[in-house]
Every structure is written in C-alpha cells, then in structure tokens.
Design a protein around this ligand. Structure first.
Ligand code: DGL
Length: 263
C-alpha cells in the first residue's frame, strides 16, 4: 500500500511556502499539508510566552487531524522560540527553521553579516548562540521588520508593493555602525525569501536562507520511505476565518495547494 502520509508545513502565514518550494524540488510527489496560523499572524510582534503556548498546541491539533510523517516548522520565529517544546510534545520528527548564520559566515568575505528577521527572532538567545558558534569572527548586525513580513504577504496576494519600502527596511542594517561593511544578509524569516528579488533590486548583495538545507534534511529523514507516484492536490489549512484567504488562491495553486481547509 502506498504511504500517503503528508509532510506538514507550519508558519504564521505564507512565508513557509519558500521552504515548501525547496522541498518540492527534491520530493515532487510528497503529499503536502501547509498550515498557516492566520488567526495568530503575525508572530514577529508577539511575546515569547504567546508563541511558546500557541505553536505546540496548534501543531498537536494539526498532527491529530492530518497524521503527517514529519512536521516542518517553516518559521524562524516559532522555531527559535518553540522548537524544543514542539519536539517534546510530538512523537514524530520535527524539522525547524533557524537563521542561516552558518552558511552566511562561510560566504562572507568582509566578515560583516546582516541578520534580517522578525523582532521576536532577532532578540532570541538561539540567535546569540548561532552567531557565537558560527560567526565568532564576524560583525553580526540584526534588524527586525514586521513591515517586510506584511510586504511578502501582500505580494503573494497579488498586490503591488512600493520598491522604496525595501530600501528603507534594509537601511535598518546599513545605518548601524559597521553596516556599510555587510556583504551577506541572512533572510531570517521565511517570508523574506518570497521578496528576495525586491530586496536584491534595492541592495544587490548576497542573501542567504535555510530553505535548501531544510529540504535536504527532510529528504534525509524520509529516505527509503515510499511516496505516491504522482503529486496529488495539496491542502492549505488556515486557523482564521478571514475572507482574504481567497486572494491567496492563485499563489497557493502555484505550490500545488488547491484544497483550502480551516482548523
Ligand atoms: N515567517 C515567520 C518567520 O519566519 C514569521 C513571520 C511573522 O508572522 O511575523 O519568522
């Protein structure tokens, strides 16, 4: 019998689609459930306590409903705060998304790295540890932007966004002392990869994120497992009742997510 258990992706919104895209390149037939906590969006302006309570509870319900083979927390904010709680609460493999400081440090020639994330992510001790362990000889400057998360959501809803906004957000890095030396920026929020072309247009330097690494990790953890022989319709499940979800349908369909559900 074919193993039809899905991979369950989780984010506050559409950001995790950047991780899903990388995964679909390696595992094109993987059944997908993409969960967006639209009722809890955005995460980046929430407290650690709120995220730590909300994410494991929601994932518990999602796992019960969809019985996935593996869970991907496709959100840096949720992962840097709640990954350990989720792992201890769930009895299946859980892959997290944490800022790609290690690959950025390997790439940077100027030894100055920018970390662009949500406000909640950039203040996490998890990020301090990654910077100390992998970029100890680099200047690591951080900037949090809730506006950039909203811009990515707007882009996926087909709305036009203002190019000047991206340049202004990047100044949050370059205006810091030493910021002019930055040659590599970590996109430490999964939403930001979705607006990488706009960021590159505003400031053409190297942007790094963890999507491909996560995809390889998922492929490794599911090695030897069976997959359907063709891709089936993916499910996008939302926690909110927001009617605006309809405006996302075309973008979701590009990732094979043609069934919409509510939690
Ligand atoms: N996409 C998420 C992240 O990676 C969270 C964005 C938000 O809800 O603020 O951090």
């Amino acid at each position: 019998m074919t193993d039809t258990r899905p991979l369950l992706f989780f984010d506050s919104g559409v950001g995790g689609l950047s991780v899903l895209a990388a995964t679909q390149k390696l595992l094109p037939n993987a059944p997908i459930v993409y969960a967006a906590d639209s009722a809890g969006y955005p995460y980046g302006t929430k407290s650690e306590a709120e995220i730590a309570a909300r994410v494991p509870a929601l994932l518990g319900r999602l796992v019960e409903r969809y019985r996935p083979r593996l869970v991907v927390i496709a959100c840096n904010t949720a992962s840097t705060i709640a990954l350990a709680h989720v792992r201890s609460a769930l009895d299946l493999p859980v892959v997290g998304t944490v800022p790609a400081i290690k690959p950025a440090a390997l790439l940077s020639k100027s030894r100055a790295i920018g970390v662009l994330g949500t406000d909640a992510t950039i203040r996490q001790p998890y990020v301090d540890r990654l910077a100390a362990e992998f970029a100890g000889d680099c200047l690591v400057l951080r900037h949090g932007s809730a506006e950039l998360v909203d811009l990515a959501e707007a882009k996926l809803r087909g709305e036009a966004t203002d190019p000047a906004a991206y340049a202004r957000i990047l100044e949050g890095l370059t205006d810091q002392p030493g910021g002019e030396r930055i040659d590599t920026v970590v996109l430490a929020c999964t939403h930001f990869r979705l607006v990488e072309p706009e960021l590159s247009a505003a400031w053409p330097i190297a942007y790094v994120d963890g999507a491909e690494g996560i995809a390889r990790r998922i492929a490794f953890l599911t090695d030897k497992q069976e997959w359907p022989t063709a891709p089936g319709p993916g499910v996008a499940v939302f926690t909110g009742t927001d009617s605006g979800i309809d405006t996302l349908r075309p973008a979701l369909a590009r990732f094979g997510l043609t069934e919409i559900a509510r939690l």
